[in-house]
Ligand binder design. Structure first.
Ligand code: NAP
Length: 455
């Protein structure tokens, strides 16, 4: 390397992007400058727009991201969309290295009839809506029916079920959007039915999330004790399982033993049930389920079927990565092919100066903190390559600024984001809420001091 700092573009400002930026800025050989690029005017990815609003402690990780953002060699370039405003070739020309940390931008499909009926939603859309994502504020969720169904046994399924069950008092101090608070408070939903295709031992959720269900003020948690009677294979699996799995099952056993208190809503956790069709003429009216048996740990359908009436279905069966133009992509696993974060080309060899981190590197698994180790591994490889003389420093920062300005891109800088942040916090303060989010593109750009029509 020359004496010049290495300039790195990190694409995506969620946890993986911030942990990557943090590891890059900690290096003194080489010294690194980071531009953190995001298509939204706001940083933090799923910490802002995915983590449930009643989990402020999880969102507190954003304080660590704020510290990274205060570093002198860090810049936030928000409202800059990869593939529209900047291509891979643009980045390759301007930066010594690129780290893709774009997460998993869509949801997995069930592949069953009726999946696209009005009222059948990816859980991720509901999550984005109640969290104020500006692309999702026009959505209208019909919560008038007495039963909502959530398919999947992951933490997102529990987030959705819990959010639907929160009382007005529980919602009020959160940064849930006002529209979502109003809709949840007015909902006719009495039962939230959460369906697992396998058993309680195989559920993907984690104990804290299962345990807090039991503390909800407005919802009983219903579990059929018969579904907790384990077959030999599951009993052996539980015996050998991690303590977290054991704690999950203990929580479920406690719920099964509880008498319902007649709270206004109930979350019913059912297992060994797969959806085979979502039914309805013009919108969701019911869901058809098949009873499963576990065979070698897999869910295998029996011939026992039933139809359960419901008015809305949330499909919460995992996120899915999406390919980026000009960047290798494995269509099977929906990740960027990589070795420890070094992106591999079609020939299986590392592509010089191109890296990935987070969900687009390893798939949509793990909690926020998992991305620290993941991103650190990537950045170790990147710095190794830099020290081995495999990377160029990249062009001066003014070059990318001029390119973006020439293309009419209104960049939301760190200062712009801080103005949005301050406006949101100021709006939340008198209501005892952490913030009232701005959910429209125009509002966000205006608060950042930009001309809203610039986008
Ligand atoms: P997930 O943990 O991968 O769970 C997906 C669930 O969907 C599993 O129960 C899976 O069952 C089920 N599923 C998959 N395909 C299905 C099908 N065709 N029919 C029925 N069920 C199906 O995904 P997630 O809930 O989207 O969460 C993503 C990641 O974010 C996870 O690592 C999660 O822990 C994390 N997260 C954490 C928090 C938190 O810490 N509070 C909150 C939200 C999300 P099988 O096991 O049978 O495949």
């Amino acid at each position: 390397m020359t004496g010049l700092p290495l300039r790195v573009a990190v694409v995506g400002s969620g946890p993986a992007g911030f942990y990557a930026a943090s590891a890059l800025l900690a290096s003194d050989d080489p010294v690194v400058e980071v531009d953190l690029i995001d298509r939204l005017p706001t940083p933090w990815g799923l910490v802002r727009l995915g983590v449930a609003p009643d989990h402020p402690n999880i969102k507190a990780v954003s304080r660590a991201f704020e510290r990274v953002a205060r570093e002198e060699r860090f810049r936030f370039l928000g409202n800059v969309e990869f593939g529209r405003d900047l291509t891979h070739d643009d980045l390759a020309e301007h930066y010594g290295a690129i780290v893709y940390a774009v997460g998993a931008q869509t949801d997995r499909r069930l592949g069953i009839p009726g999946e696209d009926l009005p009222g059948s939603w990816p859980a991720t859309a509901f999550v984005a809506w109640y969290n104020g994502h500006p692309d999702f504020q026009h959505l209208e969720f019909d919560l008038s029916h007495g039963r909502a169904v959530v398919i999947g046994n992951g933490n997102v399924a529990l987030d959705v079920a819990r959010m639907l069950a929160l009382t007005p008092e529980e919602l009020a101090p959160t940064d849930t959007t006002d529209a979502a608070i109003e809709a949840i408070n007015a909902a006719g939903v009495k039962e939230i039915l959460v369906l697992g295709r396998r058993g309680p031992v195989q559920a993907a959720w984690t104990p804290v999330e299962v345990g807090e269900l039991g503390e909800l003020a407005g919802a009983d948690i219903l579990v059929d004790p018969a579904e907790l009677e384990l077959d030999d294979a599951s009993a052996a699996e539980l015996e050998a399982a991690a303590p977290t799995v054991k704690r999950n099952v203990e929580h479920l056993r406690a719920y099964a033993a509880r008498e319902p208190e007649g709270k206004p809503r109930a979350i019913r956790l059912r297992f060994f049930a797969s959806p085979v069709a979502i039914l309805g003429d013009e919108k969701v009216e019911a869901i058809e389920l098949v009873r499963n048996e576990l065979v070698d740990g897999r869910a295998v359908a029996t011939d026992v079927r039933e139809v359960v009436e419901c008015g809305i279905v949330f499909r919460s069966v995992g996120y899915r990565g999406v390919s980026l133009p000009g960047v290798p992509f494995d269509e099977g696993s929906c990740v960027v092919p990589n070795e420890g974060g070094r992106v591999l080309g079609d020939d299986g060899a590392p592509r010089a100066g191109v890296y990935c981190a987070g969900w687009i590197k390893r798939g949509p698994t793990g909690v926020i903190g998992t991305n620290k180790k993941d991103a650190t591994e990537t950045i170790e490889r990147l710095l190794e390559d830099a020290r081995a003389g495999k990377l160029q420093p990249g062009l001066d920062a003014s070059a990318i600024d001029e390119l973006l300005a020439g293309r009419g891109v209104a960049v939301v800088t760190q200062t712009g984001w801080e103005a949005i942040d301050a406006a949101e916090r100021a709006a939340g303060e008198p209501q005892g809420r952490p913030r009232v989010k701005l959910g429209e593109w125009d509002e966000l750009l205006e608060a950042a001091g930009l001309d809203p029509i610039a986008r």
